[in-house]
Design a protein around this ligand. Structure first.
Ligand code: AMP
Length: 414
């Protein structure tokens, strides 16, 4: 039997319902702050991600689904949403609109990662981007909106980590300082940290090794090396989050590995999730639009994984199925009348289904009960139907044409 490809999954009706909640809450929360929905293509020119995510990243190096379109163009299934949104911003001349342009999306993304709980090869993200504002208020607003969304969806035990990356220049300078510091303490560091000093010195902050941890307590911190403008910007973001009553931890080791990231970075995680604990994160990317050949444009945004949100959320009670009317048949030859009655009921605004499986009358009533039908109309002979109220069990004969008006009248009285 053919199965869904490794790392992918079907969204069955039961889980579709929970995902609808995520979408509805995102629409409500982001819409109220002026973010408008955007949908970009599922695939893009490979070049967009090579530049917009960065050649040196894991995503571009080994996680992209890239293919030739048969006409010599290299295309890639989108691994993330920020670069496509920025491409659309430039392509549609959105810089002529009032700034910032606030956009949100809920789309599926593709990464060839090793699948595990909370990590898939096709997954969904809700994302929000504010392009054209460098105000710290924009960063704080985005962070609060994600906190609100996580709360609305019921994500439990969340933790928010926050940092600032400054500018690429101050970051590069700091990196050299950190490398020199680590080399000075080489013999106190864990093996895996020592061998990666030059490749990835920031990793040392994440080490669980006691010796390394002791060394890192005295390591220089990027947050202490920010340019005055960047430090001021970061102080404002923190003050705004304080005012909003949002709790966060400063995490000097929080890095987003891409060169175009600047200033604010943040990540929400949940203890409910185990190894893949990141629920959503983002930050400011003032360098990205320029990297895509646009004018220098400040921007900020985040993305949060829908599957991770649902894994970390408390179980929702399954929404009861509900049907206003089930049209049953006393004899199978009434099916044309039943078909028409169900159609008319739907046009009158009722949820209506009809018998489609050739069940006995007893079987039909059982089925109507199972799908939660409020009323059943049993089509009899000569334009007569038996209308049964499934709650009270009462039933009476009436004209087929009177079924809908009677239900509507009864519902108005309730
Ligand atoms: P990123 O775009 O890598 O910053 O990821 C943002 C969020 O998307 C993460 O916090 C996760 O919730 C989610 N995410 C990223 N990669 C995956 C994946 N392979 N499977 C499921 N969710 C993912």
């Amino acid at each position: 039997m053919i199965q869904a490809p490794r790392g992918t999954f079907d969204i069955l009706p039961e889980s579709a319902q929970k995902r609808k909640l995520v979408e509805a809450e995102a629409d409500r929360i982001l819409g109220a702050a002026g973010y408008r929905r955007i949908e970009t293509p599922t695939f893009e020119a490979t070049e967009l991600f090579a530049r917009g995510v960065g050649e040196a990243t894991d995503i571009v190096q080994k996680e992209m689904y890239t293919f030739d379109d048969g006409a010599g163009r290299s295309l890639t299934l989108r691994p993330e949403g920020t670069a496509p949104v920025c491409r659309a911003y430039l392509e549609h001349g959105m810089r002529k609109l009032a700034q910032p342009v606030k956009l949100w999306y809920l789309s599926s993304f593709f990464r060839a990662e090793a699948p595990q709980r909370g990590r898939y090869r096709q997954f969904w993200q809700v994302g929000a981007e504010a392009i054209g504002s460098e105000a710290p208020e924009t960063d704080a607003e985005l962070i609060v909106l994600l906190a609100d969304l996580l709360e609305a969806v019921g994500v439990r035990k969340t933790r928010l980590r926050l940092s600032s990356l400054g500018t690429p220049a101050s970051r590069a300078e700091y990196r050299e300082e950190l490398k020199a510091f680590l080399h000075e303490h080489e013999d106190e560091l864990a093996e895996d940290v020592r061998t990666r000093i030059d490749l990835n010195p920031m990793r040392a902050f994440d080490s669980g090794d006691p010796g390394t941890k002791a060394v890192m307590r005295d390591a220089p911190k990027l947050l202490d090396r920010l340019d005055p403008d960047d430090a001021e910007h970061f102080a404002r973001v923190q003050a705004l989050l304080d005012d909003a009553g949002l709790r966060y931890e400063l995490d000097p080791a929080l890095v987003r590995g891409l060169d175009y990231y600047t200033r604010t970075v943040f990540e929400f995680s949940s203890e409910e999730l185990g190894a893949q604990s990141g629920v959503g994160g983002g930050g400011r990317y003032d360098g990205l639009i320029e990297l895509l050949d646009g004018p220098s444009t400040p921007a900020s945004g985040w993305a949060a994984g829908v599957e991770r949100m649902l894994l970390a959320a408390r179980e929702l009670p399954p929404a009861p199925e509900f049907v206003d009317l089930f049209v049953a048949l006393a004899k199978q030859d009434g099916s044309r009348i039943a078909f028409e009655l169900a159609l008319e009921a739907r046009r009158a605004g009722l949820q209506a289904q009809l018998e489609l499986a050739g069940r006995s009358l007893k079987g039909q009533l059982k089925h109507a009960d199972r799908i939660g039908a409020r009323y059943v109309a049993i089509i009899g002979e000569n334009g007569v139907a038996t209308l049964k109220d499934m709650q009270s069990g009462e039933q009476h004969d009436t004209g087929v044409r009177d079924v809908i008006p009677e239900i509507l009248r009864a519902e108005r009285m309730r």
